[in-house]
Design a binder for this molecule. Structure first.
Ligand code: NAG
Ligand code: NAG
Length: 334
C-alpha cells in the first residue's frame, strides 16, 4: 500500500501555472539587487510586489512585508524592469505609461503580469518543481548587452509589437522599427535551473542556468551543474506607446529608449527578489491549479484589485519622472 501511494506520488503530474497581475508599487531610481544601498541608483525602474522594497533588502522578505500589489496576498516578492521613455525629436524625454494586461481583473494600476509555470507551460516533466528559498534573488539580461547577436542570445528576453493587448507574436530581440497600434510589450523569462546551493552570486546570474526557449515552448533539461528545477518565472509589461505614434521621427528611427539610454533594446533586463510567505509558493507549484483557479485559498490567499492598488512604498528618491525631461534621469546629457 505504501509503495503504491509513493509510486502514484512520483508519477502524478503537477500542472500548476500561476499568472497574475501586480499593480505598480513604485517607479524610482532604486536597485537593491545590483546597487544595494545606492540612493539614487543609476537608472529608473518600475517595481511591483511587496512593500518591504527599499534600497537595501536582506533576509526573508516574505516575513517583512505588510502589503503587496500582487493578486496573491502572501507574495511579498519584488519584480522590476527598466522603464521605457519616448525621445522627442526636440531632444526631450517623456516616460511611457504602463498599461494593464489583457485577461486580468479590471482596474489594475499599471504594473506587470507575473508567471510561475512548470518546466513547460503545463507539465512539470514528471519532476518536482522546487520553490525559490528565502533570500533568493537573480537578474536576467544585462544593460551592457549592445549587439543584436547578444540580444538574440538571450532567449526569453523579447519585445512584441502589439496589434492589441492579446498579440504575442512575433517576438523580437530588439525594439520594433515601426509604430505599434496597440503599444509595445516587453517579456522577460528567467532561468529556472538552480545550482542547489547559492541564493545569489556575484553577477546575480551564475547560480542559475537557462534552458528556456522562445515564448513558453518546452524547456530543455537542467544540466548537472544546475540540477534543481525551479519555477519558470516570467514577466510581461505593456507600454502604452500609442500616444507617441504620431510623433514618430520622419527618418523612421525608433524613438523609444530604455531608462539606461538603450534605444535598440539589446540591454533589456529584469530583476527578482523572492518573498513568498512560508511554503505558499511550494504549495502552489505542487498543486495543479491554473491561473485564477489558484485564488481564494485554493491553495493561495488572494486579494481584490482595490487592495492591490492601495499598497505602495514611500519614494526615497525625489525627482520628476513624468514631465518632459531634458535628459533621462541619472543619465548625463550628451
Ligand atoms: C530597509 O528595510 C530594512 C529592513 O529590511 C530596514 O532595516 C532599513 O532601515 C530600510 N532602509 C530604508 C532606507 O528604508
Ligand atoms: C519638446 O516637445 C514637447 C512636446 O511638444 C514639449 O513639451 C517640450 O517642451 C519640447 N522640448 C523642447 C526642449 O523644446
Amino acid at each position: 500500500m505504501k509503495w503504491l501511494s509513493l509510486a502514484v506520488a512520483l508519477i502524478t503530474p503537477s500542472q500548476a501555472a500561476l499568472r497574475f497581475g501586480c499593480s505598480t508599487l513604485s517607479i524610482q531610481r532604486l536597485d537593491p539587487l545590483v546597487e544595494p544601498g545606492r540612493i539614487p541608483s543609476a537608472h529608473v525602474h518600475q517595481i511591483v510586489g511587496g512593500n518591504a522594497f527599499n534600497a537595501t533588502m536582506a533576509g526573508d522578505i516574505g516575513e517583512q512585508g505588510s502589503c503587496t500589489t500582487c493578486t496573491f496576498s502572501e507574495d511579498f516578492s519584488n519584480y522590476w524592469t527598466a522603464v521605457m521613455f519616448f525621445k522627442h525629436q526636440n531632444g526631450s524625454y517623456k516616460r511611457v505609461p504602463i498599461m494593464q494586461n489583457t485577461a486580468l481583473p479590471n482596474g489594475i494600476s499599471g504594473g506587470m503580469t507575473i508567471y510561475y509555470t512548470q518546466q513547460d507551460f503545463n507539465s512539470n516533466g514528471n519532476q518536482k518543481i522546487t520553490s525559490f528559498k528565502p533570500g533568493f534573488r537573480m537578474t536576467v539580461g544585462s544593460p551592457t548587452t549592445n549587439t543584436l547577436d547578444g540580444a538574440k542570445g538571450h532567449a526569453g528576453l523579447r519585445f512584441v509589437c502589439l496589434e492589441n493587448k492579446g498579440t504575442r507574436f512575433p517576438e523580437l530581440p530588439d525594439f520594433p522599427t515601426k509604430p505599434c497600434k496597440g503599444g509595445i510589450m516587453t517579456v522577460h523569462h528567467f532561468p529556472s535551473c538552480w545550482d542547489g546551493k547559492n541564493l545569489d552570486s556575484p553577477d546575480h546570474q551564475s547560480h542559475m542556468y537557462n534552458t528556456a526557449k522562445e515564448a513558453f515552448s518546452p524547456a530543455g533539461p537542467c544540466p548537472a551543474s544546475h540540477p534543481v528545477r525551479m519555477p519558470q518565472l516570467a514577466y510581461e509589461t505593456l507600454w502604452d506607446t500609442t500616444q507617441f505614434n504620431s510623433l514618430w521621427p520622419k527618418d523612421g528611427s525608433n524613438p523609444f529608449v530604455l531608462s539606461f539610454g538603450d534605444n535598440k533594446g539589446y540591454g533589456t533586463h529584469a530583476d527578482y527578489v523572492f518573498g513568498w510567505k512560508g511554503d505558499s509558493l511550494q504549495r502552489a507549484m505542487d498543486s495543479s491549479c491554473m491561473f485564477t483557479a489558484c485564488e481564494n485559498g485554493k491553495p493561495l490567499k488572494s486579494q481584490a484589485v482595490a487592495q492591490m492598488n492601495k499598497c505602495a512604498v514611500k519614494n526615497s528618491v525625489i525627482e520628476d519622472l513624468d514631465g518632459w525631461l531634458p535628459q533621462l534621469p541619472g543619465m548625463r546629457m550628451e
